[in-house]
Design a protein around this ligand. Structure first.
Ligand SMILES: [Zn+2]
Length: 348
């Protein structure tokens, strides 16, 4: 099977730009717009927003008798202001599931209700080695023991309110993107890497002048990290859904940063066997090296659609991401393999 060639440089540029566009779940419009602008360059593509704020892209196919869908999500982990404390610092409530220690020391931006963007960092409430001694290492990291220190002169709740900050304001963590030796190290590769793989595949096919076998919708979802992203937005005529989301790398897993993985089971149970087997055959025929894995603590937008009543076959593929929901890393090889796999599926 001959596949169009992915432009690696443009794929990485798209990914880096998306990673640098903050999009904690609930505040995803700029990231949705970024993806929309990139797809607008492709010939024949039509797009619309769902009422929920997701982006539905339509890639016209050679046939329309069994429409398909792909999905990946632009929303990421993040936080919201829970409380403006009497010392002027901010207590947080989490958006998505992660351990508090994974954001310790990170720079952040508070998207103030006033429209201002206020910079700061996330620290333990007792962070100083010279003042708090053993508490620095011994304190359990939690909503109560972590806070945002704002880069503004504020020593009281009133000072912070004067900056325009209110309870409920969104907080985004710095992604700290770096591309080195083929590795991409950044927060939020989950699932901006998946979005980049779909974009790279669609762009390569578009430039080669080849259409998907079946008309295919791409849902760029915006509420995956809280469990209901693709619950809405997939057109009812769709018969198959392939979710493109990160593969879980770690001890006991077959997944790694250099391959794409087919996930056959996660916390939500097994995926669709027939569609999964077809994806394996397509990868074999296209010469794409891949892994098959199960993920112990994981759910996807494919399952969100199943739970919402979607009557489709669902499968899940994606690039291996190390240290997921932490300071993540993947490799260009995994991104290219995933983009190729998406093309092999779209064309057959
Ligand atoms: Zn994800």
């Amino acid at each position: 099977m001959q596949l169009p060639k992915v432009n690696e440089k443009e794929m990485l540029a798209f990914l880096t730009g998306l990673l640098n566009t903050p999009s904690p779940t609930g505040l995803t419009e700029p990231a949705i717009r970024y993806v929309e602008q990139a797809f607008a360059d492709l010939v024949g593509v039509t797009m619309k927003r769902t009422r929920k704020g997701a982006l539905l892209i339509s890639l016209p196919g050679q046939r329309q008798d069994a429409p398909r869908a792909l999905t990946a999500h632009v929303d990421t982990l993040g936080a919201m202001v829970k409380e403006i404390k009497s010392n002027g610092r901010l207590a947080l409530t989490q958006l998505g599931g992660y351990a508090w220690n994974t954001i310790e020391g990170e720079g952040c931006t508070v998207f103030a209700h006033s429209g201002e963007k206020v910079r700061g960092s996330i620290l333990l409430t007792t962070p100083s080695a010279h003042v708090h001694a053993a508490q620095v290492s011994e304190t359990k990291r939690s909503a109560e023991t972590m806070e945002v220190r704002l880069d503004a002169r504020t020593e009281s709740e009133a000072d912070t309110r004067a900056l325009g900050i209110e309870v409920g304001d969104y907080v985004a963590f710095d992604p700290r993107v770096e591309v080195v030796n083929g590795f991409v190290r950044s927060r939020h590769l989950d699932d901006k890497a998946g979005v980049a793989c779909i974009f790279a595949a669609a762009q390569a096919m578009n430039r080669a002048g080849v259409k998907p076998l079946q008309t295919t919708y791409v849902l760029i979802s915006n509420y995956e990290e809280v469990g209901h992203g693709a619950a809405a937005g997939i057109p009812a005529e769709v018969q198959e859904l392939v979710a493109v989301d990160m593969a879980a790398v770690g001890g006991g897993q077959t997944s790694d940063e250099f391959h794409s993985t087919l996930c056959v089971k996660d916390s939500g149970g097994p995926y669709h066997h027939g569609l999964s087997e077809r994806l394996r055959s397509l990868a074999d025929e296209a010469g794409i090296a891949y892994h098959v894995d199960t993920y112990p603590y994981y759910g996807s937008d494919g399952e969100a659609y199943w739970r919402a009543g979607g009557d489709v076959a669902v499968a899940l593929i994606g690039p291996g991401v190390d240290a997921s929901h932490n300071y993540e890393r993947t490799h260009t090889d995994a991104l290219l393999a995933t983009a190729q796999w998406v093309m092999a599926y779209l064309l057959n």
